[in-house]
Structure formats: structure tokens, C-alpha cells
Ligand binder design. Structure first.
Ligand SMILES: [Cu+2]
Length: 110
């Protein structure tokens, strides 16, 4: 019985121990960002892993203005991670650095 309780406690603690929070893969394809919208929570770190898989869009670098992420370069077929911790609920946009295109959204919940 005691062992079982310890196992449960460890399982519950595991996400906190990871430290980096949740990871979300976002592809940049001919259709833009996939997924285009990412749900997350206020005060929780979330790691966005961008992988650009096409040369046919202008999304070769990304901005997340609300998180002071500017000109995050996305080399073709290379995963690029950025961890952000939104401070307030609402919508934070992310888009291409050059023209603010792509219409990505972080939907930040309370
Ligand atoms: Cu653009």
C-alpha cells in the first residue's frame, strides 16, 4: 500500500519536475501555421516548437510581439523551440517577421 502511494505521488509530481511545461509542435506549411491556434494557460510556460517544412511561404522567421520574441529564424526542416510564459489571459498573436502574416494565435486562458 505504501509503495502504491509513493508511485502515485511521483506520477503527480512528474510534470512539475520537467520544468519546461507543455510542448506544442507547430509546423509551417504551404497553409501557414499548423495548428494556427494554441491553447495555453496564464502563468504556465509553454514551449512552441516550430518546424518550417516549405520554402513557398514568407514565414521564414516568427515574431510573438507580446512575448518579446522577434525575428526567430526558422531554417528549413529544423525544429526551433521557444518557451514563453504568458502573463495575462487573452489572445497573443504570432506571425511572420517580415509582414506580420500567418495569423497564429496563442489563446491564453485564466
Ligand atoms: Cu509574410
Amino acid at each position: 500500500m505504501k509503495k502504491l502511494l509513493i508511485a502515485i505521488a511521483l506520477a503527480a509530481a512528474a510534470p512539475a519536475l520537467a520544468g519546461e511545461g507543455r510542448k506544442v509542435d507547430i509546423k509551417v506549411t504551404d497553409a501557414g501555421f499548423e495548428p494556427r491556434e494554441v491553447k495555453t494557460k496564464k502563468g504556465q510556460p509553454v514551449t512552441l516548437v516550430f518546424t518550417r517544412t516549405t520554402d513557398r511561404t514568407c514565414i521564414t522567421a516568427v515574431d510573438i510581439p507580446d512575448e518579446n520574441v522577434k525575428n526567430l529564424k526558422l531554417p528549413l526542416n529544423q525544429a526551433v523551440a521557444v518557451t514563453v510564459t504568458p502573463k495575462k489571459a487573452g489572445v497573443e498573436k504570432f506571425h511572420c517577421s517580415a509582414m506580420a502574416m500567418g495569423n497564429g494565435k496563442l489563446l491564453v486562458q485564466d
